[in-house]
Design a protein around this ligand. Sequence first.
Ligand SMILES: NC(=O)c1ccc[n+]([C@@H]2O[C@H](COP(=O)([O-])OP(=O)(O)OC[C@H]3O[C@@H](n4cnc5c(N)ncnc54)[C@H](O)[C@@H]3O)[C@@H](O)[C@H]2O)c1
Length: 278
Amino acid sequence: MSDFSGRTALITGGARGQGRAHAVALAERGADVVLVDRCADSAAVPYPLATAADLAETEALVTATGRRCLALRADVGNPDEITRAVADAVEAFGGIDIAVANAGVSVTAPLGELVGEKWDEVIATNLTGVFHTIAAVSGGMAERGYGRIIAVSSMMGRSAAPGMAAYSASKWGVIGIAKSAALELAQTGVTVNVVAPGNISTPMVLNDALYSLMRPDLENPGLEDVEPVLATLHAQPVALLQPEEVTRAVLFFADEGSNHITGTVLPIDAGAAARVSA
Ligand SMILES: NC(=O)c1ccc[n+]([C@@H]2O[C@H](COP(=O)([O-])OP(=O)(O)OC[C@H]3O[C@@H](n4cnc5c(N)ncnc54)[C@H](O)[C@@H]3O)[C@@H](O)[C@H]2O)c1
């Protein structure tokens, strides 16, 4: 098992979902944890985002492992907020060794309806937010000669689907940012890699707005109605993967021993990537 004792890990979107799973797993393996989450809904996003209570719950789960936790509210789409959060984290813990740029939103709409706040929100959080996060942590990591950056893309980051122009563009873009950063930081001891999840069992998928979108033929569709549709997006016969399956990949990239793995993309998507990329 990896040992992250003495390391500090910052996770954006850490209040719940995949971010929470990564935070707890890193803490269980010895890391102190900085959680960054906006903890506020967005008018452009059709499902609730995390709350302050979610953030407090993740903080409690981290501290229950015996590790320290700093829980911060910040919007990754706002450069001042994420830069301040990183500065607060550095002041509290002395530096950041591992950063998981995980915060994200999902908005599905036809092209004409995406114009305006929906497009702006998805790009601000999923694309610009990942850029801001990497930009904010990478200088300190390079100075200290060590860092592990993991950016969260999606199976939609190497494929496409109707209604997904903003989300897909943002997730393709995450890969471009990460690969550029990997090259830029290659001389510094800092690695940058990407995880590309399939359908993961989190509130981003487990919500009525997504169910209705996937089953417009039903009045009040539930999870059991959309599971067959979700399964078609994967190659293996499974509708949803667990957050901890993505965590395994995050831990792999975060490990000190992964020092010569950089600029790569690892799908955790039940075979979906086999359809679209080498
Ligand atoms: N769930 C899936 O099926 C799936 C699939 C592929 C990729 N992803 C990606 O995984 C990542 C984690 O998503 P999840 O599945 O845990 O969903 P989630 O909705 O449970 O978690 C996302 C978290 O990000 C936070 N957040 C949103 N916008 C933010 C902002 N601007 N600033 C700070 N925090 C913000 C939310 O409050 C929430 O806590 C996202 O980048 C998402 O796009 C999810």
